[in-house]
Design a protein around this ligand. Structure first.
Ligand SMILES: *[C@@H]1O[C@H](CO)[C@@H](O)[C@H](O)[C@H]1NC(C)=O
Ligand SMILES: *[C@@H]1O[C@H](CO)[C@@H](O)[C@H](O)[C@H]1NC(C)=O
Ligand SMILES: *[C@@H]1O[C@H](CO)[C@@H](O)[C@H](O)[C@H]1NC(C)=O
Ligand SMILES: *[C@@H]1O[C@H](CO)[C@@H](O)[C@H](O)[C@H]1NC(C)=O
Length: 483
């Protein structure tokens, strides 16, 4: 009897322990990037997240407008430190003290912003940076950790370093290792993270595997089963996401941290600007991913243990991003730049569909197009200039506006520029080749956008702006002088 009793207790203990250590509840968050010509006001974006019950958001900086709008929202926040600041932070604890004060402490508190993580750099070990940030990461982490401790925030806010999946490699998941030149720094990083109770943050992009490799089996990028599963010893992988994640698990295991919690900092699928970037593929990928993660199945190397949190990339399209990676780079949003849902997506938190942004302030409904009564033979230079300033990525091969013809191309470019210039009438001149129209020139899936009026300063900040202050001062002087 006693023996049985004892076993039951042990069993209970095991269940309690394992459920608290292993059974993490995954949450779906979003990346909120702001590199756009048409920025929604931060309070509209926060309302959009709330309407969609999004509980976690990852920023790439510590933009005061975004953080102010997040105050009191209850949304958990990861703020970011850009790579360019790592050099300074690696050498100056005064600089990290100031950063923590200015960008974290002042938002913390009752009805403040719920900052939980600080992302120290963004993919600082990316191969294409040729190691330029590598040596700064650990010293910057050490300085920031001390600054957090001095601000009494070290227990609550965790430092993380979002890494690109190019930090590790292998042809089979179980053989995963960190890149040889990163071996030392990864050991230091992971030990630092582990000592401070931080997870390992990784960005995983099956889309890029497909984009960059014509032989990559298309169905392996998705979650709907594959005719090209990868057999790795006793384990069979049917999707690139699990294969990639387990490669990281194996790499962590090799340096003694096989139990390290993992957060997916970025994952997603773009909808435009490349042949595999379209609405149905993005929907299939993101929906498959969300259901897969929320099913708590985990991966073959971590059965029953899904990633702690998964941040979709991204919330909104960012039409002013660099297109160095490809024309798709401006089209990762689950919402378009103006907060309109691109496709049906169930985030697994109660709403079956995405809800659109409310109270978006558009510019007037008018567009700039190629003047049909003019000879357009001299237009090439205008087109080049318009498209080098504004976004024309949908015109390219695989894009939603690739088949609108030569004249359509010109109109699209003109309009993109005109909206970027906030519909300033001179910006539709183009030596008389442009024409303002009130008829929407959109064709099929090709959308000719109308910009939104940026209203950043008046959005969420209750502080009076400079002009109000000047009026107040002058008003005061006027009263004083007439007295
Ligand atoms: C706070 O963050 C903002 C936005 O990332 C940045 O511009 C600013 O320099 C930071 N403050 C300090 C003291 O580093
Ligand atoms: C969208 O992309 C998927 C995935 O690459 C592809 O199979 C499909 O044919 C594309 N759909 C369209 C309409 O281009
Ligand atoms: C429109 O522009 C795109 C991008 O430059 C190009 O690929 C396409 O061929 C153009 N269409 C016509 C009809 O010129
Ligand atoms: C910007 O915000 C101010 C103050 O809320 C408002 O009066 C103004 O109409 C807004 N402008 C636009 C273009 O939305």
């Amino acid at each position: 009897m006693a023996h049985t009793h004892f076993s039951i207790c042990v069993l209970c203990l095991i269940i309690v322990v394992s459920s608290s250590v292993l059974m993490v509840d995954s949450a779906i968050g979003v990346n909120w990037g702001t590199i756009s010509f048409h920025r929604l006001s931060p309070s509209i974006v926060v309302d959009l997240m709330k309407a969609n019950k999004i509980q976690k958001v990852k920023l790439f900086d510590a933009d005061p407008n975004s953080l102010t709008a997040l105050m009191g929202s209850g949304i958990e926040v990861m703020v970011g430190i850009p790579n360019e600041m790592l050099g300074l932070f690696s050498s100056s604890s005064a600089a990290t003290d100031l950063w923590v004060r200015q960008n974290v402490s002042r938002y913390i508190g009752k009805s403040g912003a719920d900052i939980r993580y600080i992302a120290v750099g963004n993919e600082p070990f990316l191969t294409s940076y040729s190691g330029q940030y590598q040596s700064y990461v650990i010293p910057a982490l050490v300085n920031l950790q001390q600054s957090l401790a001095r601000a009494n925030l070290a227990g609550y806010i965790k430092l993380v370093v979002p890494c690109n999946a190019d930090a590790y490699e292998s042809s089979l998941p179980s053989q995963g290792v960190f890149r040889p030149e990163l071996a030392d720094i990864m050991t230091q990083l992971v030990s630092f993270l582990s000592n401070n109770g931080s997870p390992f943050v990784v960005n995983i992009y099956p889309f890029l595997s497909l984009y960059g490799n014509a032989d990559f089996p298309q169905d392996y990028a998705f979650f709907g089963g594959t005719t090209h599963s990868v057999t790795d010893g006793a384990n069979v992988y049917s999707n690139a996401f699990d294969g990639n994640l387990d490669t990281l698990v194996a790499a962590l295991n090799k340096i003694g941290y096989g139990q390290m919690p993992i957060v997916i900092g970025e994952v997603g699928w773009p909808t435009d600007g490349a042949p595999n970037a379209n609405l149905s593929a993005a929907r299939a990928f993101n929906q498959g991913l969300i259901y897969h993660v929320l099913s708590n199945k985990g991966t073959p190397l971590r059965p029953g243990v899904p990633p702690m949190d998964v941040y979709l990339f991204g919330l909104l399209d960012e039409g002013a991003k660099s297109i160095l990676p490809g024309n798709f780079e401006r089209h990762w949003g689950i919402f378009s730049f103006d907060g309109q849902a691109k496709y049906a997506l169930n985030l697994g938190v109660g709403n079956a569909l995405l809800k659109n942004a409310k109270n978006v302030q558009y510019l007037p409904s008018r567009w700039c197009i190629a003047n049909p009564s003019r000879d357009l033979s001299g237009v090439t230079n205008h087109l080049k200039i318009a498209c080098s300033a504004a976004d024309c990525t949908t015109l390219n091969y695989g894009g939603s506006c690739n088949e609108i013809g030569a004249k359509g191309n010109i109109s699209y470019a003109f309009n993109s520029y005109y909206q970027m210039q906030k519909q300033n009438s001179q910006s539709c001149e183009f030596d008389g080749l442009g024409l303002i129209t009130f008829l929407n020139p959109s064709v099929g899936e090709c959308r000719f956008l109308v910009g939104i009026s940026d209203n950043i300063s008046s959005s969420a900040t209750p502080r009076p702006n400079v002009w109000t202050l000047l009026f107040l001062v002058f008003g005061f002087l006027k009263i004083m002088c007439t007295m």
